[in-house]
Design a protein around this ligand. Structure first.
Ligand code: ATP
Ligand code: MG
Length: 395
């Protein structure tokens, strides 16, 4: 057993001593068998949530209606989920009914892919009801049971398939792929936040192009915001040199670039994907910077306004799209910029009031941004006396 499982072993043992079954399940089992780093260790058990809470002193009801209780042990915490089956799925997204069961086999049956339907017991024995080990070995993503039905139950699984494909560099098995192609329109039923989570995980994976290729080919892209009838444009991303995206903002900016979105269109696109305001602003600025690079427009004030923080990401993207520009010229200019924001100015708004002998008002802001621009463009150095002089001589 790997160290992460070893550390969690007392949890399994305690549950078993109380007369129930408990196993390691899900992504940690898959990643352990693949020799990858494990993040959160998930445990599945025949004990009901109330029974788990009787066994352990320190617990948190993380998702008790779905059967999940978090157990705290020392500095570690473990999510323990009761074996369950799901039924209903009237709306292609969530089960109408979750039923707790006592059988591991029933629990494994409801899981999405064979490689995610493995369990490991306290002795390290692997329980493999659906040939998940063989699929792991052959690098195949295959739905558990009847693919068509499984995607009808929960259409998000189609996004998970291309996400795992990108993360693991696996192939989607033929029937599973066909079922995705046939049921792609069901993706429209899924909340964009959940689609985005899988999409971003896919784009930030090492083999994102493999996932993206099937995301487009199998028609999932058609049912995502801004991607309708954009297969050819998206396919441009499959042509670029295979480099990784440094962050979510880089991935979205690259998409804005190949879709040739202007500022307003890109803003709407990002709103439709419901990204955070922070991500939206950084992505918008990154795409703007990329367009400046492309037009060799290295106006210092423009670059500064778009955020020096976005430069590294933009440089990565310009390499990806082989945008040619005078790098030395740009970096020399950027090095000249001596402040990050107006907060770095050595003269404050309060100083402005005193020097000009005025009351706080719009003039303060105006003077501050005047000085900010002058410092950025190198027309005055950022020290109190020079700024004071500049302020007085520019009234
Ligand atoms: P990650 O490494 O990203 O955490 P994971 O496989 O652990 O990958 P989770 O979303 O954490 O993915 O889910 C844990 C397990 O729960 C999965 O391995 C799978 O067995 C099951 N699962 C998760 N989402 C679904 C779903 N939509 N349909 C069926 N089973 C699912
Ligand atoms: Mg997980």
């Amino acid at each position: 057993l790997p160290a992460d499982f070893q550390a969690a072993l007392p949890v399994l043992e305690k549950i078993e001593q109380a007369g129930f079954e408990a196993y390691f399940v899900g992504g940690s089992v898959r990643d352990h068998i693949l020799g990858l780093a494990i993040h959160d260790v998930d445990i599945a058990t025949s004990a009901y949530p109330e029974e788990i809470k009787e066994i352990f002193k320190r617990t948190v009801d993380t998702g008790i209606q779905h059967g999940t209780v978090t157990v705290l042990m020392g500095d570690d915490s473990y999510e323990i989920t009761t074996f369950r089956t799901e039924s209903g799925y009237q709306d292609y997204r969530r089960p109408d009914k979750v039923t707790f069961v006592r059988s591991l086999a029933d629990d494994l049956k409801r899981r999405d892919f064979t490689i995610n339907a493995l369990a490991v017991d306290k002795n390290g024995e692997v329980i493999d009801k659906f040939d998940g080990l063989k699929d792991l070995d052959q690098k195949i993503i295959r739905a558990v049971g009847h693919a068509e039905e499984r995607f009808h139950e929960d259409a998000l699984r189609m996004m998970r398939a291309v996400r795992f494909q990108a993360q693991l560099n696996f192939k989607i098995e033929e029937k599973t792929a066909q079922a995705i192609a046939d049921n792609a329109p069901l993706l429209a039923k899924i909340a964009i936040e959940r689609i985005r989570e899988e999409f971003v995980k896919m784009m930030l994976s090492q083999n994102w192009q493999t996932g993206l290729a099937d995301f487009v080919k199998l028609g999932l892209s058609e049912y995502c915001p801004g991607f309708k009838d954009q297969k050819l444009e998206l396919a441009e991303l499959l042509e670029v040199k295979d480099t990784e995206f440094v962050d979510e903002e880089a991935a979205f900016s690259a998409i804005g670039y190949v879709l040739s979105l202007n500022h307003q269109e890109f803003n709407e696109f990002l709103r439709d994907w419901k990204v955070s305001n922070k991500t939206r602003e950084a992505s918008l600025n990154t795409l703007n910077l990329l367009h400046l690079f492309e037009s060799q427009d290295f106006d210092l004030w423009n670059i500064y306004k778009l955020g020096v923080d976005n430069l590294d990401r933009t440089l990565e993207l310009s390499k990806m799209f082989q945008i040619e520009f005078d790098y030395t010229d740009l970096s020399q200019k950027v090095d000249q910029i001596s402040i990050k924001s107006s907060h770095d100015l050595q003269l404050t708004g309060k100083n402005v009031c005193e020097i000009l002998d005025v009351k706080p008002g719009p003039i303060i802001g105006k003077s501050m941004s005047q000085m900010e621009r002058a410092v950025v463009e190198g027309n005055v150095s950022n020290n109190f006396d020079d700024l004071r002089h500049y302020l007085l001589s520019n009234q």
